[in-house]
Design a protein around this ligand. Structure first.
Ligand code: GLC
Length: 439
């Protein structure tokens, strides 16, 4: 067995170990339930060697879909697991009309990756008759989820959806949120008491701070007060953001959903209309000429969040930028590489808030490399796409299947492991997919 094959075999073992008879946990103890966008990447990994697990994975996630269409960011398939905070009893979604009785879920969402993942699975297995059945079953559920984003999270009717919790962005403690979260004033004594569990499973300096967690709980309580869906949230939440990554992923997934819908014989004109509008608004509202990147938009202050950050590059995957803007994004990424960083740091390494160890403040995340590799390929930037892929493969070979990795090349030399959780599911899946693809 050569090195390549060995790495793929190791990755498969990780997925098997994290498989819970119907879905895959990201990592035992640290994340012992099913996560929304993790499940998409994990299904992609499974589709290379056990496609039935890929379909079960997606179906399990959608068993937590709310009546209003939302796919929650966590589905708590087990009510006996106690190693994670906030657990289902803290979310109290049993008091929400839209939430399913079982399984229990959280009350917010995450990047909607499932349509483009489903399309990938279809393209790979189109000769398998079970795939078409699965698609027929999943298509209306994903469509409802996309409708939910537009109906519940786009009150300004711009084609750009908002989030009201950093957990929804998938990039919890990015410095991008510092200003918005730092401005939130609250009385700690008014927060419900809670006990963090994450720092019992991994080092505290690789995780969000205590203040970050207080704010996460504060924003969770804002959602809870309005059953996580009331239109009031848009007006009262101190954190209301149009995120690059969420919107780019939604646009990319819309494209896939339109193609799947047409394949099944449906008219997709509604979604085609939304998608056109979304792309135009993304270009007009989120591009920052001075920084040469897309930025998130803070709807509370009515300003762009002027930071260079990883979410910007996912616009390539969605085919949003003009060639000129794509070139600028490519050049920026290239400049980070020239400064001595492996690709892709999750935050601008030249910014004072960059922290190459602390979660979303700088480290490299496998699923982000996957998204950016695909985006660069879409625009024909093959060399940089290869660098993004090879950097991740090298890090995993050197340090193991970790949750995230040191970005600074010099610091990497003294390390023999990655950061956060080990034996991580989406690291395993993205490695399988990247190593099995030609470019
Ligand atoms: C962390 C990440 C989030 C991911 C989850 C499970 O909260 O920030 O993006 O979905 O872990 O892996």
């Amino acid at each position: 067995m050569d090195d390549q094959q060995r790495l793929i075999e190791e990755a498969k073992i990780i997925l098997e170990q994290n498989w819970q008879d119907g879905f895959t946990i990201p990592r035992a103890e640290l994340y012992p339930f099913q996560w929304n966008w993790d499940s998409g990447f994990v299904a992609l990994g499974w589709s290379h060697f056990k496609v039935e697990n890929a379909l079960r994975e997606l179906n399990s996630l959608f068993s937590g879909q709310w009546l209003n269409g939302m796919i929650p960011h966590i589905v708590f398939h087990s009510e006996n697991e106690t190693t994670y905070f906030p657990n289902h009893d803290f979310w109290k979604t049993d008091q929400c009309q839209s939430a399913p009785d079982s399984p229990k879920t959280s009350g917010i969402s995450q990047p909607p990756v499932h349509a483009f993942i489903l399309e990938r699975i279809y393209v790979k297995h189109q000769d398998n008759p079970e795939i078409l059945d699965a698609i027929q079953e999943l298509f209306p559920k994903i469509l409802r989820a996309h409708r939910w984003w537009y109906q519940h999270r786009d009150p300004l009717n711009e084609g750009l959806v908002y989030i009201y919790h950093p957990w929804e962005s998938g990039r919890d403690n990015s410095p991008m949120w510092d200003e918005a979260l730092g401005n939130i004033v609250f009385d700690r004594d008014q927060l419900p008491t809670y006990e963090r569990k994450d720092t019992a499973h991994t080092e505290a300096d690789m995780r969000p701070t205590k203040r970050d967690y207080d704010v996460y709980v504060y924003l969770l309580e804002v959602g809870k007060k309005y059953q996580y869906e009331g239109p009031e949230i848009f007006h009262v939440s101190p954190y209301v953001i149009q995120d690059t990554l969420i919107n780019a992923i939604l646009i990319k997934s819309n494209e896939s959903l339109i193609r799947i819908g047409k394949l099944l014989g449906y008219s997709m004109s509604d979604l085609e209309k939304w998608n056109r509008k979304s792309k135009v608004s993304f270009e007009e509202k989120l591009w920052n000429e001075e920084l040469g990147v897309y930025t998130c938009y803070n709807l509370r202050t009515n300003r762009q969040i002027a930071c260079r950050e990883i979410g910007a590059f996912t616009a390539l995957f969605a085919g949003i930028p003009s060639i000129d803007r794509a070139q600028k994004l490519m050049t920026l990424l290239h400049s980070w590489q020239e400064k001595g960083f492996s690709l892709c740091p999750s935050f601008d390494p030249g910014h004072g808030s960059f922290d190459s160890k602390r979660y979303w403040r700088g480290p490299i995340w496998p699923q982000m490399n996957w998204l950016i590799n695909q985006g660069l390929l879409r625009y024909g930037f093959d060399d940089l796409a290869t660098a993004v892929k090879q950097d991740l493969i090298r890090l995993v070979k050197q340090m193991g299947f970790y949750e995230y990795f040191e970005a600074n090349l010099i610091t990497q030399k003294g390390l023999d492991r990655g950061y956060g959780g080990s034996h991580f599911s989406w690291t395993a899946s993205t490695i399988i997919d990247l190593m099995k693809s030609e470019k």
